[in-house]
Design a protein around this ligand. Structure first.
Ligand code: NAD
Length: 261
């Protein structure tokens, strides 16, 4: 499915990104890993880079080859470092990398954004999401946060709401669509990675435990990575602008509560 493809994966030093990189390698892909931290396992091609600033994104892009088949945007923050950093990495940095890399993605290539069940509220908060995704480029995120009075505890869910909305819009933007580049999202439920402990601190144990109880267990990285890589592959060539929940049925269960069926 991925044999001979060049796949750029962010967040490879830990959790879901590390697992996706390993699996892509096993499937015959050439993986270029990006992370702000050094991965413990050896990468033939690793770029140490910081997605939280425009300069950081530019530095990463400078080191990339001219032709890439897919970009998996996996890197993310839990919100425990505040709303500014979280929006910068989880949305504006991710979007800047995707937009800058677009011209190197081959015709028929793909972008896969790792969002979250935490972005479920994008419809309820649509006007805010529209306003914040309409800000072009890599803005001064601190100013945006103060202008809109955004609170630290809103950072993580908000970042994923923006990401889900942008995924649908990007699928139809000429920058991607004219090149035949598909843009999709995967939304995990709670997954046993180092970030889960931070979610417990940010969102509270009750929220995390309730999500896990609804579906019987927390996920693990190996539950999520295959869905990301499928969306990167040609097998997903007719899937575009979609959000695929990979959560053991959590979103279906929440839909039933919220919509009353
Ligand atoms: N684990 C979960 O419960 C869960 C649930 C839903 C969504 N997600 C999402 O899955 C993605 C991966 O999370 P994970 O569970 O593997 O967490 P993780 O903490 O194990 O991995 C996140 C990786 O992102 C990297 N990163 C953070 N800031 C960066 C920056 N500025 N530049 C480059 N890299 C940076 C980290 O160094 C780390 O290696 C995230 O986007 C997260 O929001 C996770």
């Amino acid at each position: 499915m991925l044999f001979g493809k060049t796949i750029l994966i962010t967040g490879v030093a830990s959790g879901i990104g590390a697992c996706a990189a390993e699996l892509a390698g096993q499937m015959g892909a050439d993986v270029i890993g990006v992370d702000v931290r050094e991965p413990s396992s050896g990468f033939s091609s690793f770029i140490k880079g910081d997605l939280s600033t425009a300069v950081g994104v530019e530095e990463i892009v400078k080191q990339l080859p001219n032709r890439i088949d897919a970009l998996a945007n996996v890197a993310g923050l839990s919100g425990n470092t505040g709303v500014t950093a979280t929006l910068a990495v989880n949305f504006y940095g991710l979007r800047a990398l995707s937009e800058t890399v677009a011209s190197r993605l081959r015709e028929g290539g793909a972008i896969v954004n790792v969002a979250s069940i935490a972005g479920y509220g994008w419809r309820a908060n649509l006007e805010r999401a529209k306003t914040l995704t309409a800000v072009a480029g890599f803005p001064d995120v601190a100013s945006l946060v103060s202008e809109h009075g955004l609170k630290n505890e809103e950072g993580y869910p908000l970042s994923k709401e923006l990401l889900l909305l942008w995924t649908m819009r990007a699928a139809h933007e000429p920058l991607f669509k004219a090149r035949g580049v598909r843009v999709n999202a995967v939304s995990p439920g709670p997954v046993e990675t180092p970030i889960l402990k931070q979610f417990r601190a940010v969102l509270g144990d009750a929220r995390v435990d309730s999500d896990i109880t609804r579906v019987g267990r927390a996920g693990n990285s190996a539950d999520i990575a295959p869905a990301i890589l499928f969306l990167c592959s040609d097998g997903a060539r007719w899937i575009n602008g979609a959000n695929v929940p990979v959560d053991g049925g959590l979103e279906a269960s929440i839909n039933a509560d919220v919509l009353g069926f």
